[in-house]
Design a protein around this ligand. Structure first.
Ligand SMILES: Nc1ncnc2c1ncn2[C@@H]1O[C@H](COP(=O)(O)OP(=O)(O)OP(=O)(O)O)[C@@H](O)[C@H]1O
Ligand SMILES: [Mg+2]
Length: 324
């Protein structure tokens, strides 16, 4: 599979107030390397606050990198993206209601990017709008509706249609179905899967729902406190998690009522992590059931196995921990 998006040593810092006059920088994304192959769906998982949305926003161009870079089709993306480049990576959010203009009908919402980017000749905007609606399973009746007259699932379909209007190559879906009930979420997920098949769309799919990630994604990346700790094909990672953190996440199979409040990593010792206090060595070591002395002293090495990458001083296989 050819590489479409590459993230290289990406760092995103935010200034935060820690006192009346004191300001510090919080490192939400800390030197991430990641690749997205053309036409693949990559899942991104990890506890609340680990930096998933910040990484997504940096890829889309909404959060400027403090260091590192994003490449699209081998070409470094400049900090100020020209419109042609912006068009190629689109984002959909958790709450489709707030990203849609409440005063615009669905067809006006879809026509706007078509006119702005001149994606189709002016005379064909109406036709293209109907095609887009059809693509996401909506019809003439919804075309004239305002967002408040639609259900949550319909609004999310409109948000997807609007993102598709500019014919992007990459869609970043940040908890795009988290606010929807299970059956509606299921139909939006089928739609994403179908669009990947039909349009060859590449998708970065951020979710707290590991079962969904397993069903939808080709690969998964696991994030902890601004870093990727494990990455690989879903089948491999779910069957043989190489990192103790992945294992803890998988043990905490999400239930429906937990989905909204975020990934719950049951069985984890210690405080939830803060990017203001990143532990030395392996950043997971204070909460790791496997931690040894070395884990608090040295950065974990990258270990590759069967297309799976793990950053750990130890690795798990068949429930046994052994030193690499
Ligand atoms: N604009 C901002 N200013 C300051 N800090 C920020 C900003 N945006 C995010 N952060 C911090 O960066 C870290 C990562 O936040 P981010 O929203 O990327 O996490 P997340 O993994 O998407 O969490 P969730 O699963 O809850 O959506 C958090 O500690 C957060 O407080
Ligand atoms: Mg988020």
């Amino acid at each position: 599979m050819s590489e479409l998006v590459r993230v290289e040593r990406l760092v995103v810092d935010f200034p935060v107030r820690t006192g009346l006059l004191r300001q510090r920088r919080v490192r939400a994304v800390d030197g991430i390397d990641l690749e997205l192959g053309r036409g693949e769906i990559l899942g991104l998982v990890g506890e609340s606050g680990c930096g998933k949305s910040t990484l997504a926003r940096a890829i889309v161009g909404l959060a400027p990198p403090s260091a590192g870079r994003v490449l699209l089709d081998g070409v470094p993306v400049p900090a100020r993206r020209p419109p042609g480049m912006r068009r190629r990576i689109q984002m959909i959010y958790q709450d489709p209601g707030s990203s849609l203009d409440p005063r615009r009908t669905v067809s006006q919402t879809l026509a706007e990017p078509l006119r702005r980017d001149r994606t189709v000749p002016a005379g064909q905007v109406g036709l293209r709008t109907r095609e887009l609606l059809e693509m996401v399973g909506l019809g003439e009746r919804q075309a004239h509706a305002l967002p408040r007259e639609l259900s949550g699932g319909q609004r999310q379909r409109v948000a997807i249609a609007r993102a598709l209007a500019v014919e992007p190559e990459v869609l970043v879906a940040d908890e795009a179905v988290a606010a929807l009930d299970a059956s509606v979420a299921g139909s939006v997920l089928n739609l994403l899967s179908d669009l990947r098949e039909r349009l060859g769309l590449t998708v970065l799919f951020i979710s707290h729902d590991l079962a969904t990630v397993r069903g939808l994604c080709d690969r998964v990346a696991v994030m902890y406190l601004g870093s990727i700790v494990e990455e690989g094909p879903v089948a491999e990672v779910f069957a043989r998690p190489g990192h103790p953190y992945t294992r803890v996440l998988l043990d905490a199979v999400p239930s429906r009522h937990r989905r909204r409040s975020g990934t719950v990593a049951r069985g984890l010792a210690g405080e939830p992590p803060s990017p203001l206090r990143v532990p030395p060595g392996c950043r997971f070591h204070p909460r790791c059931p496997q931690a040894a002395e070395r884990c608090g002293e040295a950065e974990p090495p990258e270990v590759r196995r069967d297309g799976q990458r793990v950053w750990c001083h130890f690795s798990w296989r068949d429930g046994q921990a052994f030193e690499l």
